[in-house]
Design a binder for this molecule. Structure first.
Ligand code: 4AD
Ligand code: MG
Length: 430
């Protein structure tokens, strides 16, 4: 029976054949232990000299790292393996011999590993991270589909900047100038007026000259947008969504979390509701923690966010930032127009801002005033103004960064390991 490693529990006591790669090997004169992987999982194959043909034993003994093979053997339960099963090998058929695989079980430097990302992806740790990423993607679709949202795909080539014009990748669009999308939000607002509750999930591009553990040049964002929902309604969607993501990973990625040695007790606590503090309270908190020079009106940096997060076990919303440091479309607080109805969700354990969101300006006149202040002229933005002309309604939305979320839930230090082929300040290869 031909099968895959993730299916072997169905064949205990039976003989199966698996197509696999050799990730590692130990052998003596009498026995060989083959660490096998096939993409679906990892399993140990045991080859006992006395129980197989001489040819099979010699093939097994001489296998090189990352050679591909068909292995036939009997599935047995094995309580010592984290996976729970082992293969008692009967025969081995070499498909292709791999020579001098560059990533050996010894330690390698990060730059070396990143240069070999196309091969590094095969490692157990990278496999676990990508499986968790996949689970978060699956859970995202589930959560929004089950809550009545329609998936809408905003364009990637655009003429309108959502988050300010400094970080755009410019490109030629025949005779016009275009740029790669840094957020689909403006289009999602149009979609919310057509479908009520919508979400997008796509790549976004930011020419940010930041070289930190939280920044990618190309990253994936989930952007829900909801008509008839105010700031508070949106916060509730966010905390439920994030709790759902964590629970889905806890339920479906136990092996991966073990591989990554993730402290599960920290994730177990991530249940809605999440704490909320205002920007003003955050300033006070930072002063108490020794950041004596923070001033009202300044944006927070990574050290500030980390310090704030340390006071909470769950992600924390920082709400009501000063209007001047936030995007042009955010709705001013009617009681206090110098701050806006927005929130950043800061992840625990130093992972930084995971979500940025706000209630949007729905008043045409105020939006026109913001256009003037931000020099948003030309046709590129006229359509966005029109959304405020024909049946404008209160509406809110947010953007969750996939890679920062994967990094936090997996407990991986740097976002570069949470996307298959990261685009970084100095890296467009492989
Ligand atoms: O806070 P941001 O810039 O918000 C927006 O783009 C809004 N238009 C979203 C909306 O309301 N529809 O980005 C949202 C999230 C951040 O909280 C962060 O998780 C992630 O996107 N992000 C990045 N992730 C990796 N690398 C970068 N350079 C990122 N910039 C933002
Ligand atoms: Mg932000």
């Amino acid at each position: 029976m031909k099968t895959t490693i993730d299916q072997v529990s169905k064949y205990v006591g039976e003989e199966v054949t698996i197509g696999a790669w050799l990730s590692n090997k130990r052998s003596s004169g009498k026995i060989a232990f083959l660490q096998l992987r096939d993409g679906s999982g990892f399993i140990q194959g045991v080859v006992v000299k006395a129980e197989v043909s001489e040819e099979t034993f010699q093939t097994a003994k001489n296998l090189t790292q990352e050679s591909s093979l068909y292995v036939t053997g009997t599935v047995v339960e094995d309580t010592r393996s984290p996976f729970g099963y082992e293969l008692q090998v009967k025969s081995v058929e070499l498909i292709h011999e791999s020579v001098d695989f560059p990533i050996t079980p010894k330690e390698h430097g990060t730059e070396f590993l990143m240069d070999h990302r196309h091969l590094w992806l095969r490692s157990k740790k990278q496999h676990a991270i990508m499986k968790i990423r996949n689970e978060i993607i699956r859970a995202t679709y589930n959560f929004f589909n089950e809550s009545g949202y329609v998936k809408i795909d905003p364009p990637i080539l655009t003429g309108s900047a959502a988050e300010g014009t400094t970080e755009l990748f410019h490109t030629k669009y025949f005779d016009e100038e275009a740029f790669l999308s840094q957020s689909g939000q403006l289009y999602m607002e149009a979609a919310a007026m057509a479908f009520g509750k919508v979400f997008s999930f796509g790549p976004t591009f930011r020419a940010e000259k930041s070289k930190t553990r939280r920044h990618l040049i190309e990253f994936w964002m989930i952007e829900p947008e909801m008509a008839f929902m105010d700031h508070e309604d949106s916060l509730q969607v966010q905390e439920q969504y994030v709790s759902y993501l964590v629970q889905s990973v806890l339920d479906n990625c136990k092996l991966e979390l073990t591989t990554l040695e993730r402290d599960i007790s920290k994730l177990d606590k991530i249940k809605a509701p999440f704490p909320r503090i205002t920007y003003d309270e955050a300033i006070d908190l930072l002063k108490e923690k020794g950041f004596t020079d923070v001033e009202w009106g300044e944006d927070f940096g990574a050290p500030h966010e980390t310090a704030i997060a340390e006071s909470f076990e769950k992600p924390v919303f920082i709400t009501h930032y000063p209007a001047e440091i936030k995007a042009f479309y955010m709705k001013p607080d009617p009681n206090r127009p110098e701050v806006v109805l927005c929130a950043d969700l800061i992840a625990p354990e130093g992972y930084g801002e995971m979500i940025g969101g706000s209630q949007r300006i729905d008043d045409l006149e105020l939006m026109e005033q913001r256009y003037k202040e931000h020099n948003l002229t030309g046709d590129a933005y006229q359509w966005y103004l029109e959304l405020r002309k024909y049946g404008s309604v209160p509406h809110s939305g947010f953007g969750l960064g996939l890679e920062r979320t994967v990094a936090w839930i997996s407990g991986v230090e740097h976002v570069r390991e949470t996307i298959p082929f990261p685009r970084l300040l100095n890296r467009l290869y492989p």
